[in-house]
Design a protein around this ligand. Structure first.
Ligand SMILES: CC(C)(COP(=O)(O)OP(=O)(O)OC[C@H]1O[C@@H](n2cnc3c(N)ncnc32)[C@H](O)[C@@H]1OP(=O)(O)O)[C@@H](O)C(=O)NCCC(=O)NCCSC(=O)C[C@H](O)C(=O)O
Ligand SMILES: [Mg+2]
Length: 282
């Protein structure tokens, strides 16, 4: 069964209270952030606080640690600390990945954890395919704030300026079977805006959304989960196709629409996702 990544919550590793609180939050994954959410003067303390926090039980939530870039003054120490977190963290997230070579450098320092890549630079967008193809890469995270900064683009509700980058990364992740989660929605008190952006990302094919505040969890969890109607339709499509196959036919019809083997694959994925989500709830 595939692990769900509907909601992926950033927590600044300098915030001990928030890291403790996350043990009880309804989030599919947590990004413990050592990078942009931590002030330069707090980096060392955050690294130590994170190691202590990860001794706690986060249940089924995926534990992902975002390190500073290796070319920063903190990156090497972060990588060394992560190498010692095997069994306590599930993956390491590398910021501002420009190429597969950036992954190679971290892979050499952290041999035993899967890697995730922040996709947030113009060069990263252009090299998305080689990044997604990296054998150690498990997932991609869109960094739409940094990307907007680099592009000098405006924030728009329809995210038109982001579409080329989002699309390139989606194509790359799907081509190589990697997880891909959408960028954050900064206005964390704007529920309608968040819902619209989650639905846009879901419709494009993202597995989930990165979030910055617990108040955003319920909306993302709902948007990226199959609805009861979708689950029921998936079951009926599988049943109808199996009945058609038993009669030697290659096509069934459900609710006036054709169902072929490819639709059955999608239906099975829907049921698999629903099962994985139910398993998260315990
Ligand atoms: C945005 C915040 C600074 C707001 O913090 P605060 O004012 O403390 O919020 P609240 O008072 O509403 O908090 C209520 C309780 O919830 C807890 N809390 C808050 N945020 C989190 C969180 N992220 N995870 C877990 N728990 C959280 C508070 O501790 C309160 O708890 P309690 O004491 O029990 O009442 C803050 O939300 C925040 O710091 N968010 C994360 C910001 C962050 O991580 N930014 C970096 C990632 S975004 C990014 O870099 C994207 C990418 O790279 C790009 O380029 O796009
Ligand atoms: Mg960023």
């Amino acid at each position: 069964m595939t692990r769900p990544y509907r909601s992926v919550l950033y927590i600044p590793a300098a915030n001990l209270r928030a890291m403790e609180k996350a043990q009880g939050l309804a989030t599919d994954a947590i990004i413990f952030d050592l990078e942009d959410a931590v002030a330069p003067g707090e980096k060392a303390a955050a690294r130590e606080g994170l190691a202590a926090a990860l001794a706690n039980d986060y249940g089924p939530r995926a534990r992902i640690v975002r390190i500073n870039g290796l070319d920063s003054e903190w990156g090497q120490a972060d990588a060394r600390a992560c190498a010692a977190l095997v069994g306590k963290a599930d993956a390491v997230l590398i910021p501002k990945v420009n190429s597969a070579a950036d992954l190679d450098r971290v892979a050499a320092l952290i041999p035993d954890l899967p890697l995730w890549a922040m996709m947030e630079t113009p060069l990263g967008m252009l090299n998305a395919a080689e990044i997604a193809a990296h054998p150690r890469l498990q997932g991609m995270v869109m960094g739409t704030n940094d990307l907007a900064k680099e592009l000098n683009s405006r924030f728009r509700a329809d995210r038109l300026p982001m579409q080329a980058g989002l699309g390139l990364c989606l194509l790359a992740a799907k081509a190589y079977g990697k997880v891909i989660v959408d960028g954050v929605f900064n206005a964390f008190k704007d529920e309608d805006g968040l819902r619209a952006e989650c639905e846009q990302g879901r419709d494009m094919g993202f597995d989930g959304k990165t979030l910055i505040h617990p108040a955003q969890l319920a909306i993302a969890n709902q948007a990226f989960a199959p609805t009861d109607g979708e689950i029921e339709l998936a079951r009926r499509q599988i049943e109808a196709f199996e009945a058609a196959t038993a009669e030697g036919k290659g096509v069934a019809v459900v609710d006036g629409r054709i169902v072929e083997n490819l639709h059955v694959d999608t239906a099975r994925k829907t049921l698999d996702r629903a099962g994985a989500i139910a398993a998260m709830a315990g």
